[in-house]
Design a protein around this ligand. Structure first.
Ligand SMILES: [Zn+2]
Length: 221
């Protein structure tokens, strides 16, 4: 099974509890272009863009040990299943799920887009996405090779810089399914003549970076 880190544009209103609804439409585009068996926020790459985050140290991932019911004792002896808790810095009687599929979703995997647009932004090395996804389409970033061979530096890939420039300049509509804000209502009597008869003018998209976030998505194929 191969895991790939996708950067997926979502509305800034997305949270860890609503993220699945936000990811559904853009990830359908990915599924059309690329065979994927599944995806989730974070997953195996939980905390990818936050090097300080350790899923095992996140209290949201500490579950009461089922072997001892969280009491740390089994039949009068120390419970073997959660004996490492205190040493690992966890509450006594807790365990961390073995599988990433049971990890809590991490809010740090939904990053405000303006952070990525900042000229100083770099991904942690090896954590550069392989693809950018928004409702305009999937852009493969040409980073697979460097990530596989361990030579990824975390510099923003040129193709992603291109996407950023196009978004900010209004040349890329991140959600063509939304009614364009600012499209003028044309009165029925059309007292103002069309400027380009027969050729509808596509309104420029006014793009506000603060309205968007980027989700760290683990897609596996
Ligand atoms: Zn235990």
């Amino acid at each position: 099974m191969a895991h790939h880190l996708f950067a997926v544009l979502v509305r800034a209103t997305a949270t860890v509890t609503t993220i699945d609804a936000h990811l559904a439409k853009p990830m359908r585009l990915v599924a059309r272009a690329h065979r994927i068996d599944g995806y989730r926020l974070g997953g195996q790459v939980t905390g990818a863009w936050d090097p300080d985050y350790d899923p095992a140290a996140d209290p949201n991932n500490w579950h009461p040990c089922s072997a001892c019911g969280g009491t740390t004792r089994v039949d009068g002896a120390e419970c073997r299943a959660c004996v490492d808790a205190v040493e690992a810095g966890r509450r006594p009687g807790t365990v961390v799920p073995w599988s990433y599929t049971d990890w809590a979703r991490y809010p740090g995997d939904i990053v405000a887009l303006p952070r990525l647009l900042h000229p100083g932004w770099r991904f942690p090395p090896g954590r550069t996405p392989v693809a950018w996804v928004d409702l305009a389409g999937v852009v493969w970033l040409g980073t697979d090779e460097a990530i596989l061979t361990g030579t990824d530096t975390g510099a923003v890939p040129p193709r992603l810089l291109g996407v950023f420039h196009d978004l900010v300049a209004g040349r890329r509509d991140p959600d063509p399914t939304a009614p364009p804000a600012g499209r003028r209502h044309i009165p029925a009597d059309r007292s103002v003549p069309w400027r380009h008869p027969g050729r509808p003018r596509r309104p420029r998209v006014r793009f506000e970076p603060a309205d968007w976030s980027v989700a760290v998505v683990d897609a596996h194929s």
